[in-house]
Design a binder for this molecule. Structure first.
Ligand code: 5GP
Length: 205
């Protein structure tokens, strides 16, 4: 045995945070990104229009429906979903490259997208965020003030439907207090960093 033993991560962690619309996924993910500079962001492809300040290739790759469908046909999209009549998908090659280079990646996906990614990447770590109450979810959807009451009602029904998928995920985290939810996900991330299946020991003979 040599003097120095090193634990080396042979494969990057693919950490997926998901949950029903209005659960507060965005705030949790933004907070995680601020705290960890060793987690890379996977830039998704979408057909929705860019919002003010959003840059192509940074926030999303903004593409037309035809272009998106071509990417699907070419096998370049690992998983995709339709949300508010727009396509959202994860490009395959960059994610595979990062995983193979041992880079940890954080993804923000719809519930359907997260479960579909797990089919291709059984090692992906899936975290499901749940709201503390139906009222809290409704309040968040109302606060966005971007949707009519009818749309909010449909979203609420969809959200409740999505809750049925929670136990297909690896971890369940409640987003009652933002800081606590972030701490819970940090703990999951740290534990996953020590999972033997992703590691090897360098320095033993
Ligand atoms: P937004 O339009 O607010 O940026 O995102 C809308 C929804 O799309 C969010 O719930 C987000 O989680 C989801 N989303 C973003 N990128 C992807 C992706 O690549 N695949 C899937 N399945 N969902 C995504």
């Amino acid at each position: 045995m040599s003097d120095q033993i090193k634990i080396v991560q042979k494969e990057g962690i693919t950490l997926v945070v998901s949950g029903p619309s209005g659960v507060g996924k965005n705030s949790v993910i933004t907070a995680l990104r601020e705290r960890y500079n060793d987690i890379r962001h996977s830039v998704s492809v979408t057909t929705r229009a860019p919002r003010a300040g959003e840059i192509d290739g940074v926030h999303y790759y903004f593409r037309t429906k035809d272009e998106f469908e071509r990417l699907i046909a070419e096998g370049e999209i690992l998983e995709y979903d339709i949300y508010c009549d727009e396509y959202y998908g994860t490009p395959k090659s960059p994610l595979e490259r990062m995983r193979d280079e041992g880079i940890n990646v954080l993804l923000d996906l719809t519930v359907t997208g997260a479960l579909s990614l797990k089919n291709s990447y059984p090692n992906a770590v899936l975290v499901f965020l749940i709201p503390p109450s139906e009222a809290a979810l409704k309040e968040r959807l109302f606060h966005r003030a971007t949707e009519s009451e009818e749309v909010i009602q449909t979203r609420m029904e969809e959200a409740w439907e999505e809750m049925n998928s929670a136990f297909e995920f690896d971890y369940l985290v409640m987003n009652d207090d933002l800081l606590q939810a972030v701490r819970d996900i940090e703990a999951i991330y740290w534990a996953e960093k020590h999972r033997t299946s992703r590691l090897f020991i360098d320095g033993t003979q």
